[in-house]
Design a protein around this ligand. Structure first.
Ligand code: ADP
Ligand code: MG
Length: 498
């Protein structure tokens, strides 16, 4: 289903529509930088990963890192974009203290990746298609450090020359929610492709947020660009704030200036940094030190073949082949590690139970998303450092599937697993938690329950059906929850419904 319902914002003088475009900077996962052999490792001592190329010593020549090219192509493929077999590196000239070259090597007219489309899911269950304009490769700048000395600014060039992918969207988003969904989808895709770690705390992924407003159906308005927003929550705050600010100005008869702004997380507001430069201000020209980048279609096809299964395909497979809900499938595929854990769990269960995956996939998905994710969240952990191994998880579920323990007891066993690190079979054995399915044993307990509650039995037989649950409860209580509920139900019915 496509979402055509426009989301207008009411102003004092009528409706407004917000228009959003994102430029996402994603740091390429690679051992070394785009044009030098220096390490890209995060968090090292300042200026320890700086070659003569990264510090722009005269006469140094850039040498392209083939792995960065592969990573850009993989990303383009994962996003379903056109891959350009010929692209050009340009110099984008500007002065900044942490940019020793005096220019950034980037791609201007001929980027390595061209147009594509990203489909995102929205909360109301609809989807929206958002256009990607391009992806180009460029160098990152160094970092100015203003907090190391009372009166001086220091420069750390470790980041100088690290490869970035700039992913530019079309101005297709119409709400903060759509922008958030688009950003998350791109993050999921680069993480699946293994081309960027998506680590926003470390600045591996950040976005420039372009916002303008217009009257519904009118020409695009003038946009502002808020730089380097490093969380989805902040991005949504920028959009809300900018939308309001621009509408207020326009309704007061003012005009919006094309400018670069910055976000202040402390106040949730944006403020003007500088008037926005135009492309011609940068005097772009092809870098004479670098030949145009050319590669063959076979090179691209080979990379495509080796890409892992992508989230949309995986999600469809989960829904169709395993019969799990759309919601569960969407949650599980959002992070590749979660999807991998789930699939390993199903494989282990298939081996253990000899049953088809479809039979227990829903139960397994509910356990992963409910119990396991809940426990991980509480412990501040992720699936990669999960205290519950795939095998222990499968053992716990298998005990339920074969009727050894009930669902209620399984919850207790899970808690004990988290506390002690012991395996479920051992816990069930030691604590005597096995479900009682032996009809004889359960029958005698039921007889006891009925004998002790004569008046309830009469009331039930007199038509008070609701009391059935009471008898089930009493029986379960006497067996410490270990009686097989199905057997209890059956036996109770046969004894009560005379
Ligand atoms: P620049 O480098 O000058 O910022 P780019 O072409 O790299 O220009 O990026 C422009 C970004 O701004 C794109 O994501 C585009 O979708 C978005 N954009 C363009 N026009 C508008 C507009 N009127 N309102 C909101 N976003 C816009
Ligand atoms: Mg830009």
């Amino acid at each position: 289903m496509t979402n055509f319902v426009p989301k207008y914002i009411q102003g004092a003088t009528g409706d407004w529509e917000v228009v959003i475009g994102l430029e996402i900077h994603a740091q390429v996962l690679s051992e070394s930088k785009l044009f030098s052999g220096s390490s890209t490792k995060f968090g090292s001592e300042p200026n320890t990963q700086v070659s003569f190329v990264c510090s722009a010593m005269p006469g140094m020549l850039p040498v392209i890192n083939e792995e960065c090219i592969r990573q850009a192509i993989r990303t383009g493929l994962a996003m379903g974009c056109k891959i350009n077999l010929r692209s050009v590196f340009d110099r984008k000239n500007y002065f900044y203290a942490d940019l020793p070259q005096g220019y950034q090597i980037s791609q201007f007219k001929d980027p390595i990746v061209g147009e594509g489309e990203i489909v995102v899911d929205l909360e109301d269950g609809t989807t929206k298609t958002i256009g990607v304009e391009r992806l180009h490769l460029e160098q990152d700048a160094g970092k100015s450090m203003h907090d190391q000395h009372p009166t001086q600014t220091y420069v750390d060039l470790n980041r100088s020359g690290v490869a970035l992918m700039e992913i530019v969207s079309k101005p297709d988003m119409r709400s903060a929610e759509e922008a958030g969904a688009y950003f998350r989808k791109i993050r999921t895709l680069v993480r699946y492709a293994g081309t960027c770690d998506g680590n926003m705390d470390q600045g591996s992924m950040r976005a420039d947020v372009n916002v303008s407003v217009r009257r519904p159906g009118a020409e695009f308005g003038t946009r502002t660009e808020t730089k380097n927003v490093n969380s989805v929550r902040f991005m949504m705050q920028v959009i809300e704030f900018e939308t309001r600010r621009q509408i207020d100005i326009l309704e007061d008869g003012g005009v919006i200036f094309q400018e670069t702004r910055q976000f202040d997380p402390a106040t949730g507001t944006t403020s003007g940094l500088r008037s926005k430069e135009e492309a011609h201000d940068y005097r772009y020209f092809p870098d004479p030190d670098l030949l145009p980048l050319e590669f063959s279609q076979e090179f691209v096809d080979d990379l495509a073949k080796k890409l892992p299964e992508l989230p949309d395909v995986k999600r469809r497979r989960f829904i169709h082949d395993l019969g799990i809900t759309e919601y569960n499938a969407a949650v599980l595929v959002a992070e590749k590690e979660n999807a991998d854990y789930f699939e390993e769990l199903l494989n282990a269960l298939e081996k253990k139970t000899g049953k088809e995956k479809k039979v227990f996939a829903t139960q397994a998905a509910n356990w992963v998303i409910g119990d396991l994710f809940g426990a991980l969240k509480k412990a501040g952990k992720t699936i990669t450092d999960s205290p519950i191994t795939v095998l222990d998880g499968a053992e716990l579920l298998a005990l339920q599937i074969d009727g050894t323990i009930s669902g209620r007891i399984a919850k207790d066993v899970f808690e004990i697993m988290l506390e002690t690190g012991h395996g479920p079979e051992k816990i069930v054995e030691e604590k005597g938690l096995k479900q009682v399915s032996d009809t004889g044993a359960i029958e005698s307990i039921i007889d006891q329950v009925l004998a002790e509650n004569q008046s309830e039995v009469e009331m039930y037989r007199g038509g008070k059906d609701k009391l059935f649950g009471f008898f089930v409860g009493q029986t379960m209580k006497k067996t410490q929850g270990k009686a097989n509920p199905q057997v209890v139900n059956q036996l109770l019915r046969s004894k009560l419904d005379l």
